[in-house]
Design a protein around this ligand. Structure first.
Ligand SMILES: *Cc1c(COP(=O)(O)O)cnc(C)c1O
Length: 488
């Protein structure tokens, strides 16, 4: 017998929108309160702890709550958000948050996110306004990064995806055999060169791409944590002699540990001479290219075949948004176009011109993350961004000077850009870690930790437009005071 799937007459007409004028009024009023609440939250974030842990009770409630079979309504759901979610974020909006490399978001970015969600286009690359917005943003970003007209690209969920896409395009373009058809078995072993300071996205990427980590050749670094060019040349020559195919060099603009930038000009020369793909991971560091005074350190970056960077780190925009730029637009398309019949272009209408972004990534449906970039650039302008980036670099050297002039502290590495690694002098790794955890737990500030030359260091990565000088003074004072406490 067939199951009775009929629904009531009322349910047939119902949608997920408010059902009556009164419900619309009520939800609109709640929406305005939510917006005001977020304005208050951001405005007052300096007075909050930089981080506070969820109470144990809240954690266990999260773990225990059953699937809500019937809803409690938007008002009650919002109350839960205000009580259990909003106060216990990672803290990255706070002026004294400098952990890992995270941006703190902007108010304009938040508003744009709301508009993007309200309009809710699927930005696969149709014949529509959202596609024009993203294409325009990509054109602006390519120009800002010194890349030529006709550069292809895509906004991504972040640097990891942007890097993966760049490497995948490079593999199709330079493998010397048809990787899409034959897979990695179709030719000699492909080799990818990076430095020992390269971010872990690359391990995941070569694993996912089926090349395995055997394809990776991490090259040593010099005293300034830059890829050693002599070792790189030797490794490429040795691989050629062994019958492998040198595919790509991944240079880094701003390493995650210390903010070092490889000699991109020299890497570009080598790639050109050997027919290798030149990819740069500039997750945060590439943004320094926007500043005339910081640009010289990135010399050669404009010669990339592909460049990956984030806008949710040193572009300060709300999560998530990264970007990949690819010099050869046809190579970009050739890496992902499929010709599926249900995606075929028409002469006119919404799919005139095809679904162009689907030919630049494995993804099909995509969100409107371009809008927050577009609205931020339009409303605040690039110069405002450059001012913040330069401020952060100046703050890093201020902090480095304060560390150097504090007898109880020492720098763990040079601070060439916006990252400062330091320790409490004479304290063990465990003790320095303990100092860091107390600084975080007390909500004073959120640096993170890393290993520099096999020793633990407190690491401050400044991609924060809300930080002021006094915030770095507060950090130094706290580390010194807690250091004394920990050392007894
Ligand atoms: C953050 C970072 C990445 C990864 O980017 P996500 O946006 O976190 O995916 C890659 N490389 C470097 C140097 C980074 O700092």
């Amino acid at each position: 017998m067939k199951e009775d799937r009929s629904v009531s007459a009322a349910a047939v007409e119902r949608s997920l929108d408010p059902a009556s004028e009164a419900e619309w009024v009520e939800l609109r009023e709640l929406g305005h309160r939510m917006l005001d609440g977020m304005f208050d939250h951001i405005r007052g974030v300096r007075d909050m702890p930089a981080w506070q842990e969820l109470p144990a009770r809240t954690k266990s409630d999260f773990a225990a709550e059953a699937v809500p079979r019937t809803g409690v309504g938007a008002e009650a759901a919002y109350e839960s958000f205000v009580r259990d979610v909003l106060p216990y974020g990672i803290g990255n909006a706070h002026p004294r948050f400098w952990g890992w490399v995270q941006g703190g978001g902007t108010v304009v970015g938040m508003l744009a996110e709301m508009l993007a969600a309200g309009m809710n286009p699927n930005v696969g690359g149709f014949n529509d306004s959202a596609t024009m917005v993203e294409e325009q943003v990509l054109r602006w970003l390519a120009e800002l990064m010194g890349m030529p007209e006709g550069t292809s690209g895509l906004l991504t969920s972040g640097g990891s995806m942007a890097n993966l896409l760049g490497l995948a395009v490079g593999r199709c373009a330079r493998a010397g055999f048809d990787v899409r058809e034959e897979g990695v078995e179709g030719g000699p072993m492909l080799r990818v060169y990076c430095s020992t300071e390269t971010h872990s996205w690359l391990n995941k990427a070569v694993e996912l791409m089926g090349m395995g980590r055997v394809s990776l050749c991490p090259v040593g670094v010099d005293a300034e944590y830059r890829m050693r060019m002599d070792e790189l040349s030797e490794a490429v020559a040795a691989d050629q002699a062994a019958g492998y195919r040198p595919l790509c060099v991944v240079g880094t603009a701003g390493t995650v540990n210390t903010g070092a930038t490889d000699d991109l000009e020299a890497i570009a020369d080598l790639c050109e001479a050997e027919g290798m793909w030149f990819h740069v991971d500039g997750a945060f560091g590439a943004l320094a290219y926007l500043s005339e005074s910081l640009r010289p350190a990135l010399r050669g970056m404009e010669r990339v075949d592909s460049l990956a960077f984030d806008l949710h780190k040193w572009g300060y925009l709300p999560y998530d948004v990264g970007c990949v730029l690819v010099r050869d637009a046809e190579a970009h398309r050739a890496a992902f176009a499929t010709g599926a019949s249900y995606l075929t272009a028409m002469e006119r209408g919404p799919v005139a011109g095809g679904i162009r972004f689907a030919e630049r990534t494995p993804e099909l449906s995509r969100g409107f993350r371009a809008l927050k970039v577009w609205m931020s650039l339009k409303s605040q302008g690039v110069d405002a961004l450059v001012e913040q980036i330069e401020k952060n670099v100046e703050q890093a050297s201020y902090l480095a000077r304060r560390v150097e002039s504090s007898p109880e502290l020492e720098l763990a590495a040079e601070a060439p850009l916006n990252i400062v690694c330091f320790r409490y002098r004479g304290a063990s790794d465990e003790e320095n870690k303990e100092i860091l955890m107390r600084v975080q737990e007390r909500g004073i500030a959120v640096p993170s930790g890393t290993m520099v030359e096999a020793r633990f260091a407190i690491r401050v990565a400044i991609t924060n437009h809300r930080s002021r000088r006094e915030d770095f003074d507060a950090l130094v004072d706290a580390v010194v005071a807690i250091g004394r406490e920990v050392m007894g």
